[in-house]
Write a protein that binds this ligand. Structure first.
Ligand code: HEC
Ligand code: HEC
Ligand code: HEC
Ligand code: HEC
Ligand code: HEC
Ligand code: HEC
Ligand code: HEC
Ligand code: HEC
Ligand code: HEC
Ligand code: HEC
Length: 333
């Protein structure tokens, strides 16, 4: 071969990546056509620089990559696995489990759209009866970073900040909060994806004001952290007591009173929510200050703590006092 022509060929090969692509196109025209027909084409392909990733294979009819696994991609991309928590699909897997190296009809060169992509490896988290609209929208990545994160569970933000991106954290939560909320763990009570219970609660919580009786199965949400004896036990099991009388028992199970035959019967049972808010309120002990239904205030409740008890002034009855050591005779006990 003519020496000058040879040098020119070498130079052209060095300065013109397109030539490499052309070289491949000679035999792979059809495949290149398919790659180019997709909506999103990897910039690495734009200039037909196949050799950024593939070695020229000559007669050897094999797939030869210049680097193995993620290292191939990290030649040009920052490592997306720099957060404290790294998705196992990234550490143990390969970028191409989720991304097509050439082109795709999906955004971000994904091999499948979210959430289908995630459901290739994960159980569908929307199988509960009540599904969080944020999840049924299918946007797993509104809450999860697909690669890595400084938060547990690959969350894009810590809880409760994540939740407050879309929810007004009720004002009451910012005043006096239920101690359970002081660590901001909304997920102690709510499942972020879906559940069997209304309001995405992880367990049952009866909110009918007068539920017609009491059983522990009505409030397991609360009894995961509180002893049910605060209702079923004696005055020593709760601070809501008047002398020897457990006032949780009286209100939640119904007052024990003899009927006209002298047989003790329970009166009207009330649910926790008639007095407490699960999130917090402007009064102590997460006590509600008003009962609002369909925008109408039905009841107001003002609570004043005293040294060994308290006073409730409620719209529906006379102010009531209770005292653990010097019982108010009006409550019995
Ligand atoms: C002289 C023809 C020819 C040239 C030029 C050529 N190839 Fe190939 N290549 C083949 C043949 C034939 C096969 C085996 C059959 C097939 O899979 O298409 C093959 C296979 C491959 C495979 C493996 C395909 C598989 O399914 O595993 C890759 C990757 C590949 N070539 C990339 C390239 C790249 C990149 C270039 C340019 C740098 C290139 N080839 C240039 C003929 C060629
Ligand atoms: C960003 C890196 C990268 C570039 C650039 C690239 N490829 Fe690939 N290619 C890959 C990887 C990674 C695989 C292996 C995919 C797999 O195992 O599923 C592959 C596989 C292939 C295959 C075999 C499987 C298939 O998808 O058909 C062919 C043929 C191929 N490439 C051709 C080309 C051609 C032609 C070009 C240039 C137009 C090119 N590639 C550019 C990374 C690249
Ligand atoms: C030769 C350099 C190079 C290599 C190697 C490379 N990329 Fe890229 N990639 C780019 C460039 C340039 C862009 C466009 C600019 C950007 O988004 O960073 C890009 C964009 C992307 C995008 C965003 C596409 C979009 O439309 O949002 C993804 C995803 C991606 N690359 C994944 C990969 C994966 C996976 C690999 C390994 C198989 C890889 N890249 C290897 C250069 C490269
Ligand atoms: C478990 C699937 C999965 C794996 C594995 C994965 N990615 Fe991604 N990647 C995604 C998803 C999903 C998006 C789109 C994120 C969005 O739309 O918010 C994305 C987006 C990207 C983007 C474009 C947007 C950005 O974040 O800059 C790049 C570049 C990228 N990935 C590179 C990589 C590289 C490099 C690897 C391997 C080290 C990798 N990905 C591994 C799922 C994955
Ligand atoms: C290729 C398989 C694969 C794909 C695709 C995949 N994952 Fe994963 N993911 C895993 C594996 C493996 C683990 C670790 C074991 C486990 O927790 O199930 C994991 C763990 C997780 C975790 C728990 C992380 C932790 O540290 O607690 C979350 C959250 C997660 N993935 C979300 C997603 C989302 C969102 C998508 C879609 C963008 C997705 N995954 C796609 C394989 C995958
Ligand atoms: C509204 C925000 C949000 C959305 C949207 C969301 N997740 Fe989650 N996900 C979370 C939170 C918060 C956790 C952590 C739960 C905990 O710590 O108790 C989590 C945990 C996970 C885990 C770890 C194991 C588990 O179940 O606890 C996986 C896997 C997961 N999510 C997958 C997905 C997939 C797949 C999608 C899309 C179909 C999705 N998530 C959508 C908020 C969300
Ligand atoms: C990307 C936006 C988004 C994020 C982030 C988000 N949510 Fe939601 N959430 C919604 C939408 C939309 C609804 C349905 C409309 C409504 O009730 O406000 C909803 C409804 C709810 C409901 C009421 C369900 C019902 O049956 O009435 C609860 C409880 C809830 N979310 C809790 C949370 C918690 C806890 C977090 C944080 C782990 C969170 N959400 C994060 C968008 C979001
Ligand atoms: C101690 C348990 C508990 C914790 C912790 C908790 N919640 Fe709730 N949440 C509930 C209960 C119970 C309800 C249902 C109240 C009802 O139906 O009257 C509820 C209802 C909701 C609703 C629906 C409001 C409505 O009026 O329909 C949203 C939104 C919500 N919570 C968000 C949050 C967020 C955000 C956090 C964290 C900052 C959080 N919750 C923490 C128990 C809890
Ligand atoms: C995740 C655990 C957890 C759950 C679930 C929970 N609590 Fe609490 N709660 C606490 C802790 C911790 C305290 C503070 C110590 C104590 O009094 O036991 C507390 C305290 C209280 C107090 C006293 C006032 C205060 O905030 O210190 C009331 C009232 C209360 N809880 C009611 C409820 C009701 C009603 C439910 C069910 C909707 C419930 N709790 C569910 C953890 C929880
Ligand atoms: C009639 C109103 C009322 C009802 C109904 C009610 N509580 Fe209370 N609760 C109170 C008052 C008042 C206190 C404050 C007692 C004190 O410290 O003086 C209290 C205190 C508590 C405390 C703090 C510990 C203790 O026992 O003193 C917890 C926990 C609690 N309630 C949970 C519940 C649960 C769970 C339910 C439903 C099963 C419920 N309450 C029903 C009024 C009520």
């Amino acid at each position: 071969m003519n020496k000058i022509l040879f040098t020119v060929t070498i130079l052209l090969a060095l300065v013109s990546p397109a030539l490499a692509g052309d070289q491949c196109a000679e035999c792979h025209e059809e495949r290149i056509g398919e790659i180019r027909a997709k909506k999103v084409i990897h910039s690495a392909i734009e200039d037909d620089a196949c050799e950024d990733c593939h070695e020229s294979h000559g007669d050897d009819e094999r797939l030869v990559l210049v680097e193995e696994g993620s290292a191939l991609c990290l030649q040009c991309h920052d490592d997306p696995a720099e957060g404290k928590v790294v998705h196992e699909a990234v550490t143990d897997g390969d970028c191409i489990d989720c991304h097509d190296p050439h082109s795709s009809d999906k955004a971000s060169l994904l091999v499948d759209a979210v959430p289908e992509l995630c459901l290739q490896c994960h159980d569908d988290p929307t199988e509960g009866k009540v599904v969080h609209e944020a999840v049924s929208d299918g946007s797993c990545t509104d809450c999860h970073n697909p690669h890595s994160s400084d938060q547990g569970a690959l969350l894009t933000e810590g809880i409760p900040d994540l939740c407050s991106q879309c929810h007004d954290i009720p004002d009451e939560m910012n005043s006096l909060t239920h101690t359970a909320l002081s660590d901001g763990e909304c997920t102690d009570c709510h499942d972020p994806h879906s559940t069997e219970f209304s309001k995405l609660l992880i367990d049952k919580y009866e909110t009918t004001r007068f539920p017609g009786g009491f059983s522990e199965e009505m409030y397991p949400l609360c009894f995961q952290c509180h002893e049910s004896s605060l209702v079923t036990g004696g005055p020593e099991d709760t601070n809501f007591s008047n002398g020897s009388k457990n006032l949780h028992n009286v209100h939640v199970m119904g007052a024990l009173k003899p009927n006209r035959y002298g047989i003790a019967k329970r009166g009207k049972a009330r649910s926790c929510s008639i007095c407490h808010s699960p999130h917090g309120t402007t009064q102590p002990f997460s006590l509600i200050s008003k009962y609002v239904h369909k925008g109408i205030i039905f009841l107001t409740m003002t609570y004043t703590p005293s040294e060994d008890g308290g006073n409730c002034t409620v719209g529906c009855h006379k102010p009531q006092d209770y005292n653990r050591t010097a019982p108010d005779p009006r409550q019995g006990g």
